[in-house]
Design a protein. Sequence first.
Length: 212
Amino acid sequence: MIIYGSSLSPFVRKTIVFAEEKGLDFEVVMAGGQGGPPEFFQASPFGKMPGFKDGDFLISDSTAIITYMDAIKPEPNLIPTEAKARARTIWYEEFGDTIVAGCGGKIFFNRIVSPKFFGKPGDLAAADEAQRTEFPKLIDYLERVLPASGYLVEDRFTLADIAVVSPLVTMGHAACTVDDGSHPKSAAYVARISERPAFAKLIAQEKAALAA
Ligand SMILES: N[C@@H](CCC(=O)N[C@@H](CS)C(=O)NCC(=O)O)C(=O)O
């Protein structure tokens, strides 16, 4: 199996962590930003990362890839089967992918991607504005819904935790982190989930790449 993309993307990181936690055998091939091998563009017709290949099967979109991985390897279970827990897991995936990553994109793109990878100054005012006005609402919500167990669904580690923490890791690379004074549960949650080996390995690689 091949996952195409860079783990700096919250969607690629989500897919890699899911594959790692499932115990799947895969490799990561760099692609995205209009670059990458032909298979990446066959997998991802609009050039968005992640792309994915398993034998002759090609597909893109983190949710589609994760759906495939879960179907071919149901255990360990990371997407609950009980109806309400399953729906809540997909809600948190959507919250991470759309709401958190939407805010994170403005911050990470303008502070890191544009200057570092495109050689153009980012719109720092837009990044600051997103951190000042959008980010607190997301973390207020997380602080409200986090159960005492420290896991979003079924009091155990699921896709919900991967999907919500992944974009927060990307924002953390761009100096947008959860304040443990105002949001102690969320700060401890992000730190604990990020320490799982699958996340920690990527975060270390990403920090080294960004420092280079
Ligand atoms: N819904 C997609 C979103 C993928 C996406 O937007 N990826 C971004 C990186 S974070 C990308 O490839 N952007 C490059 C581009 O749009 O050309 C998923 O879950 O995989």
